[in-house]
Design a protein around this ligand. Structure first.
Ligand code: UGA
Length: 430
């Protein structure tokens, strides 16, 4: 993503990946992930010679002034961040570097990682008896999956963590074409930049857990979270964004980053009670759709032997990513209790099939309405646009009874009731 966007602005970019298959796919003009607009950009820039792909880090380094580390930083069992790949790339950079470089950490990494990268590169240079000038800059990324091209091309801000004036200038000029004003380029210390990334994601996760908690209270006390959201969002200090209640946040970022900051805080001697609650509220929220379904069928012999139609598998719309997806929690919880699930997603079907291989109670179908055939109820878990205005008559005619569990508040409770549906949504009265 970063490579394609930098190339789009006229830079020459060499993309390095250890996986020959990924490099081959990219060379053939295809992108191995689903991200609207990315494939076109990759093809265009590759055709014009500004974007090339290789498995050789040495080749990639050859002419580069700036080297970005953009590898994954998965979550370990204990919630801490696994920096194996970052360290490996740093080591290889130190092994192959021949002239001064600015090494940039773009991966989401805990505070202190830039110092580790610096030490590893220096160690490798020392082994080779080389004394080459280099700097390590932290430049966290704030892209949303599904809208990443837009976020990169028109960022709200670019955070540049460096204590070196020359690196700051190089990075400023690299990003200047993307930022409409100079104020969008925020230069700060390396550790502050690393911390900014976690603070941003944890703040957003906190907003989501907050509104989910409010929605759970709304359900109990007879309030409607739609109105509450409008009522609080109109205060510009709060704002309307990121206070949509739902099935809990998923994806490769929020769950991992909240856990990683909790670990960092604990290691530093601080107990992050708020973040621990954000995490716990989210874990519980992911079960809410399944719990409502269980409760509904409790006096009809339970969910065992029943079939659920499920729309939406991706952790959010416009992506095929199912990492930490609430749909998986719903499916696993219900199938463990003997319910069958017929699921549909516009793009995440193949990934889900792989993830749930061996679970005979799950069937992934290729058409939205086919999921309804033989089902006792419908649950909507991801907010894809095509689910927003479905053919309700067809839903009613196909399900064995008109029951809808809506994890994203896509429909109006009043209209659903008027059409004869038993309708259960989030933070509103049924
Ligand atoms: C998130 C951040 O939004 C990006 O700024 C950040 O760069 C990125 O993580 C990252 O660290 O790489 P992303 O994980 O792609 O981006 O997805 P979001 O659009 O933020 O959604 C995350 C989850 O929160 C989804 O499951 C979504 O359904 C949920 N969500 C979001 C809500 O439940 N309610 C909301 O109001 C908003």
């Amino acid at each position: 993503m970063s490579a394609a966007c930098f190339a789009e602005m006229g830079n020459n970019v060499v993309c390095v990946d250890v996986n020959p298959k990924v490099v081959e796919t990219l060379r053939s003009g295809k992108v191995h992930i689903y991200e609207p607009g990315l494939e076109d950009m990759v093809r265009r820039n590759a055709a014009q010679g500004r974007l090339v792909f290789t498995t050789s880090l040495a080749d990639g380094l050859e002419k580069a002034r700036v080297v970005f580390i953009t590898v994954g930083t998965p979550c370990r069992e204990d919630g801490s961040c696994d920096l194996r790949f970052v360290h490996q790339v740093a080591r290889e950079i130190g092994q192959h570097m021949k002239d001064p470089k600015i090494v940039v950490d773009k991966s989401t990494v805990p505070v202190g990682t830039a110092d580790q990268v610096r030490a590893i590169v220096a160690e490798e240079l020392a082994k080779r008896g080389m004394d080459i000038d280099f700097d390590v800059v932290s430049n966290p990324e704030f892209l949303k999956e599904g809208d990443a091209v837009n976020d990169f091309m028109k960022p709200d801000r670019v955070v540049l963590g460096t204590d070196n004036a020359e690196s700051a200038e190089v990075m400023r000029s690299l990003y200047a074409p993307f930022a409409r004003s100079r104020e969008k380029l925020i230069v700060m210390g390396v550790r502050s930049a690393e911390m900014t990334k976690y603070a941003a994601n944890c703040m957003l996760a906190t907003k989501i857990s907050f509104i989910n908690e409010i929605s759970n209270i709304c359900e109990k006390v007879g309030a409607d979270v739609r109105d509450v959201r409008l009522g609080i969002g109109s205060d510009h200090r709060i704002g309307y964004h990121f206070i949509y209640p739902g099935v809990g946040y998923g994806g490769s970022c929020f769950p991992k980053d909240v856990k990683a900051l909790i670990t960092t805080a604990l290691e530093s001697g601080h107990t992050p009670s708020l973040l621990q609650s954000v995490d716990a509220v989210n874990d519980a929220q992911k079960f809410t759709v399944a719990r409502k379904i269980e409760n509904y069928f409790a006096d009809q012999g339970g969910v065992e032997g029943k079939t659920l139609a499920l729309w939406g598998l991706a952790f959010k719309a416009n992506t095929d990513d199912i990492r930490e997806a609430p749909s998986l929690v719903t499916i696993r919880h219900l199938t463990e209790r003997g319910m069958r699930v017929k699921a549909f997603d516009p793009v995440a079907g193949p990934n889900t099939r792989k993830a749930l291989e061996g679970n005979d109670l799950v069937e992934i179908v290729d058409e939205q309405y086919a999921a309804l055939e033989g089902a006792n109820a419908l649950a909507v878990v991801t907010e894809w646009n095509q689910f927003r205005k479905p053919d309700f008559d067809r839903i009613k005619a196909t399900l064995s009874a008109p029951i809808v569990f809506d994890g994203r508040n896509l429909y109006s409770p009043e209209e659903m009731a008027a059409s004869g549906f038993a309708y259960f949504s989030v933070g509103r009265q049924a």
